[in-house]
Design a protein around this ligand. Structure first.
Ligand code: 0O2
Length: 263
């Protein structure tokens, strides 16, 4: 019975993680800053579902209706400022409907937990027909994720009864990470500039290498050796405008060769 119940959730996790990863790829391909850094997904284990049912006092067969995080997606971001951007992206999508939101970023939990939760309704097409499932999307910074992962392990180790002294230290660590997130936000522009630079450089180098590869078919060995040497020298300088200029020059050579071949 559970295999059949969990199937659409497995499909939803697979599809949603794929869609968010595709989003990250598209930002990178266009040389734009991606508000999402990393995408993770999991289907809650059966023992964890049953445990939650017991905790909430619900029957196991009512789990799909009452447990919102059977399908769980985690979007890790670099800066706290990225969280509202990702929330807006999710709200604006037509392939998922937002059912509820919990802001534990503004309202940190007593434990020290911080994260933004969105529960969505998502449609999957299975071999048994279309089905709508709920999925919980957790959006958090790397620092928030670090804390939640460690705290989760401790909750597991102490079966939910973490000793008072450890709880206090976890709370202290959460406050320190909150300060770290705000410190990182203050140098956000600097970090984003550096990342934009690396992404733009990677894209132009990719285009140059493609151009060089296709010129090998038409140019003679000596001309290619000169082109390659010029590229290596430029690459070492990491001078973006000159790399773009060089790529435009290669585009022009390739276009000229094409015209000659056609005439
Ligand atoms: P797991 O193992 O990660 O799946 P509610 O319905 O609001 O009464 P619920 O359903 O627990 O209670 O909702 P909530 O509070 O939004 O929590 C959902 C998930 O958020 C949890 O799932 C955790 O993943 C995460 N979470 C919430 N609070 C904490 C916390 O204090 N510490 C950590 N590490 N994670 C937290 P599960 O099923 O509890 O756990």
């Amino acid at each position: 019975m559970w295999k059949k119940i969990l199937m659409p959730y497995e499909q939803a996790v697979e599809e949603l993680t794929g869609k968010f990863r595709q989003m990250v790829n598209q930002y990178e391909r266009l040389g734009l800053y991606s508000p999402i850094e990393r995408v993770e997904g999991r289907v809650k284990t059966l023992s964890s579902i049953l445990e939650k049912c017991q905790k909430k006092g619900i029957e196991a067969e009512d789990a799909p209706e009452h447990i919102e995080d059977i399908a769980g997606i985690r979007l890790i971001v670099q800066f706290v400022e990225d969280i509202p951007r990702v929330v807006e992206i999710i709200r604006g999508r037509t392939d998922m409907e937002v059912l509820s939101e919990d802001d534990y970023v503004l309202g940190m939990k007593e434990s020290g937990y911080r994260s933004y939760h969105i529960v969505v309704s998502y449609a999957v097409e299975t071999i048994l027909g279309p089905q709508r499932v709920q999925a919980e999307i957790q959006i958090r910074t790397m620092a928030m994720n670090f804390w939640a992962t460690l705290e989760h392990s401790l909750q597991y180790k102490y079966e939910g009864n973490v000793p008072e002294n450890i709880r206090l230290r976890l709370r202290g660590a959460a406050d320190a990470l909150l300060a770290m997130d705000s410190e990182m936000s203050s140098i956000r522009d600097e970090v984003m500039d550096a990342q934009r630079f690396f992404s733009e450089k990677a894209n132009v180098v990719y285009d140059i290498l493609n151009n060089i590869q296709s010129l090998y078919e038409t140019e003679n060995k000596e001309a290619m050796a000169n082109i390659q040497n010029e590229f290596y020298e430029l690459y070492k300088t990491a001078d973006l405008p000159r790399l773009h200029e060089f790529n435009t020059k290669l585009d022009a050579i390739a276009a000229r060769k094409k015209r000659q071949d056609l005439s």
